[in-house]
Design a protein around this ligand. Sequence first.
Ligand SMILES: *Cc1c(COP(=O)(O)O)cnc(C)c1O
Length: 416
Amino acid sequence: MTALFDRLESNSRTYCRRFPALFTAARGHTLWDETGRAYLDFLSGAGALNYGHNHPALKAALLEYLAADGPVHGLDLHTSAKARLLERFDEVVLRPRGLSYRIQFTGPTGANAVEAALKTARRATGRTNVIAFTSGFHGMSLGALALAGNLAKRAACGTPLDRVTRVPYDGYLGPGVDTLEYLERLLDDPGSGVDPPAAIVVETVQGEGGLNVAGSQWLRRLQHLARERAIVLIVDDIQAGCGRTGTFLSFEEAGIQPDIVCLAKSISGYGLPMALTLIRPEIDVLGPGEHSGTFRGHNLAFVTAAAALDLWADPQFTVDLQKRCRLLAERADAMTYTGCAVRGRGMLLGLAFPEPATAAAVSAAAFRRGLLLETSGAQGHVVKLMPPLTIDDEALHRGMDILGDAVRETTSTEKS
Ligand SMILES: *Cc1c(COP(=O)(O)O)cnc(C)c1O
């Protein structure tokens, strides 16, 4: 069955190698292959499917728009779809949180939103250096890739990546070391060798980097440190945002207001490509056309994005989500053993194994049992749990039961 793909598709393909089924249908938390076999999806498109596959409310809005011949491609022309999305974003996300941002529609990938954020920060400050963190991931285009911690990903581009100073993320040097004290010293010491930065780019939970979590207090101090030095604070909320950590924006618990926020992955809600940056109005400095792109007006994504925000307009959605976050954490905690720990926050959790091979073997064993799960971290030693935010309790338990069996199978054969 994989022969067609092996013959014609590029060597750079990746997830399909680990999950070599031919998928023909998808609904909610379930994917079906050509033989009719059902798989539980805890991969969730690496965070692009927070509401599951083909959510009925989003699908209905999409079908209605298509049936009425609503404009599909719009460059950045005003359309009814974009107007409704802007209104809903303001009503459901910005105003209730007292946030004031301009919304920039970038090209439809997360990487493009990160490129836009970097450009804005560099233009606004007139500086070029950027601070990024160990194990960070921000996309595969050159500017975004320069921020990446992962050596293999950076090395693959075949050209030097520079203008980035990498510093240790929260907890990188163990619980006893304050990594912000180190950053502060670098920034304030003219002998540190670090050029004054335009921006600090941070994920609140490192989705690709092994589910490391930045503490709320650490984030507040990071914001304070950036503000004191007129450094633009960019939160890359592409994976942790759109509800993944239990609140729409991942930094709500920390109570910070970054200068720029990048959103992509689940912002369209339906798996349709779409990305945006939220920019503090005072630094909305790029002129007309300075970050142009053909697919910044994907109206189908705007329609489903607005319908996804309608879900959030009901406070019960957040209540149910937080209940599910607790259930996932309980089930994950119960699965740990000496040397294996739970990482992450909300519905973005990982099981970190002492050996990378264990995580890959658990993912493979889970797939054989009908559960899709990927691995995370530069060494791939973390199994990532990312069920849809809307999953029902029965399916969540079923997935965690399968995972438990996969862990037992893997670790018992390792021990023998
Ligand atoms: C996935 C991801 C990106 C890149 O998004 P693409 O759509 O793949 O370009 C950037 N930052 C984070 C944190 C991500 O998880």
